[in-house]
Design a binder for this molecule. Structure first.
Ligand code: TXA
Ligand code: MG
Length: 357
């Protein structure tokens, strides 16, 4: 979607004044502010109701400006690992790197490392190119809620708290970026499944997938918030410690979410329920069937169960059904491969109220 020049000018002015704005990216919409301005970043935490222990991602304009957020060593393993994937930027990949001096510690929740990415969205790139500073931007939802994938979603979440929301149309991926730490001594370590698959990244670094996923760092923590730490979970023994902010209940609508294969799903359901299918229900002959008569609302995310299509509309559909006054939403599960890992990760967190894991 073409962003008009007036909206872009208002965004630049608001950011220069230290305000936070709604920013489209290819993954989800962000709540962006000047990453070098401590007060502006404090505002992000206040607007979202985000705990100060959960660090932000710094978005930079292009590879030549990475130094605005990170301190990249001239040589050595961090630099080599970065060079093996740097061409994936702009794109849905966030890397944990040594923190640059210009970035205030509020952005990184006091850590010596910083999360960096270059977003692949024309509006975000145009804006970043106009600015003399990088943008700190978490997803533009209130803390623990479903991430917004359209400008209207941002308005719904935060419209009463921010003045400028750039409209870049619906997000292409609809799921957050994949986060990988490059500062772990044992090599790249995946901290959050996301739009770029773990299999693809392991192949890039020529490492076994199991090594990239080692330590269970991305399993939901059993507490509200993971404690701040740069020690990988396998070493600290604290599940979730390497991925701050990976709260057990997260990405959740207000309506209870149930996984369709959860044995605790009540078989006698009272009231109106919703159903999210990943593919069209078909008879043995392949004809579409009406399998969902007991549900008040049914949505099908992909005709043939394409995981990329499922991911792209999952959040928007959860958000839409959340408005329908339902007792619960029953959601399909999918294979944990490729982007399906991120889909299942988010659904487990969205359904964590029932203890499903
Ligand atoms: O796709 C995305 O990544 C979106 C768009 C707006 O770029 N942003 C996003 O931000 O999802 P947020 O704040 O919702 O998630 C960022 C996560 C944090 O929860 C935390 O786990 C991780 O990034 N993170 C940030 N800094 C870190 C650091 N220094 N070390 C480890 N993890 C970090
Ligand atoms: Mg978020």
């Amino acid at each position: 979607m073409q962003q008009d020049a007036d909206a872009m000018r208002r965004a630049v002015e608001a950011l220069r004044r230290g305000e936070a704005i709604g920013l489209p990216t290819e993954t989800v919409y962000g709540l962006a502010a000047n990453a070098w301005d401590e007060a502006a970043c404090r505002r992000i935490f206040a607007i979202k109701g985000r705990p100060a222990t959960n660090p932000l991602i710094v978005h930079v304009a292009d590879r030549s400006r990475l130094g605005e957020g990170a301190e990249i060593p001239a040589s050595g393993p961090v630099r080599e690992r970065l060079e093996q994937v740097a061409d994936l930027w702009p794109g849905p990949l966030t890397l944990i790197l040594p923190k640059g001096q210009n970035v205030p510690s509020i952005v990184t929740a006091g850590r010596p490392t910083v999360a960096i990415r270059i977003p692949a969205h024309p509006v975000a790139l145009e804006l970043l190119a106009c600015l003399p500073f990088p943008l700190a931007a978490p997803s533009a939802n209130r803390s623990t809620a479903v991430s917004p994938t359209s400008a209207a979603d941002v308005r719904e979440e935060l419209g009463d708290r921010i003045d400028v929301i750039l409209d870049g149309g619906p997000c292409r991926y609809g799921l957050e970026s994949t986060i990988v730490s490059l500062v772990d001594p044992d090599g790249p370590l995946l901290l959050r499944h996301g739009a770029l698959s773990a299999e693809f990244l392991a192949n890039r670094w020529r490492m076994p997938l199991s090594l990239l996923l080692r330590s269970g760092a991305i399993r939901p923590s059993s507490e509200g918030h993971a404690p701040p730490s740069d020690v990988p979970a396998a070493k600290s023994g604290v599940v979730g410690a390497a991925a701050p902010g990976q709260m057990r209940l997260h990405y959740a609508p207000r309506t209870p979410v149930w996984l369709a294969d959860d044995p605790r799903l009540p078989s006698e359901r009272r009231g109106r329920w919703g159903r999210i299918r990943f593919r069209e229900a078909t008879s043995s002959g392949g004809m579409p069937v009406d399998a969902d008569r007991t549900y008040a609302e049914t949505r099908v995310l992909s005709h043939d169960g394409d995981p990329v299509e499922i991911a792209a509309s999952l959040y928007a559909t959860l958000r839409e059904l959340d408005h329908r006054m339902l007792e619960g939403i029953v959601v399909d599960t999918c294979a944990e491969a490729g982007i399906g890992r991120a889909v299942m990760d988010r659904l487990r967190r969205a359904s964590a109220n029932h203890g499903a894991s």
